[in-house]
Ligand binder design. Structure first.
Ligand SMILES: Cc1ncc(COP(=O)(O)O)c(C=O)c1O
Length: 394
């Protein structure tokens, strides 16, 4: 019998650099020794090894990676210093000057900035498409397209990409696909099952789950990851051993945390959707989400993140954030504690004014439900929405 997700997260790394400690040992060493020159030479070229030099690989990396690979259902995985390190290393490994990349109009600000501001400087052209329309990907393909980056659900508009359709299209033309699975997690969605080549995570979010680590992960076929690892040696975006250890400790409880995040996300979305001060809630778990059917087809839960547009624009959104008791104003998501943010103010460091206006409505609030009690979060959000929409007494 194949073990379930909770068993896998606790045991899948047992054979990786085993010792007699029950909790994993932290290998806080930048380098490892070898018995002889031949062993040393072999270890120097072993992709994602564990015994040469931590920038090349570390036992704590390998332990976290094997669990990610098991959860995503891929042959292998690797971990990096952040989600952005995973993304830029993969992009640098897979494209060269003259190539073309397709991304999404609705995507994390850092990803948009890589495609709009970084790759063009390297002679790589990009097209951002409306991810809700699979034909848009077909129309954007050129003979030079090498890579398609998808993100589903997208940050912060929670738009859905038809993973099967995009993967099929890309495969038929030998184009590599990379899916950012940060919002869904492998508990809710496994892009490799739909034919996506590489799966990426900001492991800073749900995988770690406790807002105390910055980390990234990539999962996919070993041959593709070997290429990314090779470039990663040069970008040097190495995850520290302690952070890899903390990441693994966080992943151990992912199957316990996600159902609560899913419940809280859905309950908040349903409650705020009814509030008179709310113009629109973006959450793929709501029947009213224009892509709910597709989301339900490729996801088994919809996560803890939702976006809310208030009728009173930027000011009302800001007032709502100020009135929340539990969710603090912060840039992250996916931890046990609820967080909330105004994407229009958060992404100023990565996108220029025009790029920001194109990416997010100014009055949008992104709520990331933690694992608190559902009733507490819903009552708090409704009270904050009441307060934000009540005119001050004269
Ligand atoms: C969907 C998504 N992808 C990638 C990233 C970047 O990850 P990191 O902050 O770990 O570099 C983020 C960060 O917010 C994200 O939300």
């Amino acid at each position: 019998m194949k073990p379930g997700k909770s068993t896998v997260t606790v045991h899948a790394d047992r054979h990786v650099h085993p010792d007699r400690s029950v909790a994993r040992a932290i290998h806080q060493s930048a380098a490892f020794s070898a018995e002889d020159a031949e062993t040393f030479a072999q270890r120097a070229v072993e992709p994602r090894g564990t015994d040469f030099y931590t920038r090349f690989g570390n036992p704590n990396h390998a332990q976290a990676a094997v669990v990610v690979a098991e959860l995503e259902g891929t042959e292998a995985a690797m971990v990096t210093a952040s989600g952005m390190a995973a993304l830029t290393t993969a992009v640098l490994a897979l494209v060269s000057a003259g190539d073309h990349v397709i991304g999404q109009q609705s995507t994390y600000g850092g990803t948009a900035s890589v495609l709009l501001n970084l790759t063009p400087r390297l002679g790589v052209t990009t097209t951002l498409v409306d991810q809700r329309d699979p034909d848009a990907y077909a129309n954007a393909l050129t003979p030079k397209t090498r890579l398609i980056l998808v993100e589903s659900p997208s940050n912060p508009l929670l738009q859905i990409t038809d993973l099967r359709a995009v993967a099929g299209l890309a495969r038929a033309r030998g184009v590599i696909t990379l899916a950012d699975n940060t919002f869904a997690t492998p508990l809710n969605q496994r892009p490799a099952e739909f034919g996506i080549d590489l799966v990426m995570h900001s492991a800073t979010k749900y995988l770690n789950g406790h807002t105390d680590v910055s980390a990234g992960a990539l999962a996919g076929p070993a041959e593709l990851l070997d290429r990314v690892w090779d470039t990663g040696l040069l970008t040097g975006a190495t995850l520290g051993p302690i952070d890899a250890w903390l990441l693994l400790r966080g992943i151990r409880t992912l199957p316990l945390r996600m159902p609560r995040h899913n419940d809280n996300g859905l309950a908040l979305a349903a409650a705020l959707d009814e509030h008179p001060a709310v113009h629109r809630v973006h959450y793929p778990g709501l029947d009213s989400h224009p892509q709910h059917k597709l989301a339900a087809d490729q996801m088994s839960g919809f996560g803890g993140v939702l976006s809310v547009e208030f009728t009173g624009g930027y000011d009302m959104a800001d007032a709502f954030l100020g009135h929340l008791r539990y969710a603090r104003r912060s840039a992250s998501l996916g931890g046990v504690e609820s967080l909330a943010v105004h994407p229009a103010s958060m992404w100023r460091g990565m996108l220029n004014d025009q790029q920001l206006t194109d990416a997010v409505p100014p009055g949008l609030v992104r709520l990331a439900a933690g694992t608190e009690d559902t009733d507490d979060l819903v009552a708090d959000a409704l009270t904050a929405a009441d307060q934000a929409s009540t005119p001050p007494a004269l």
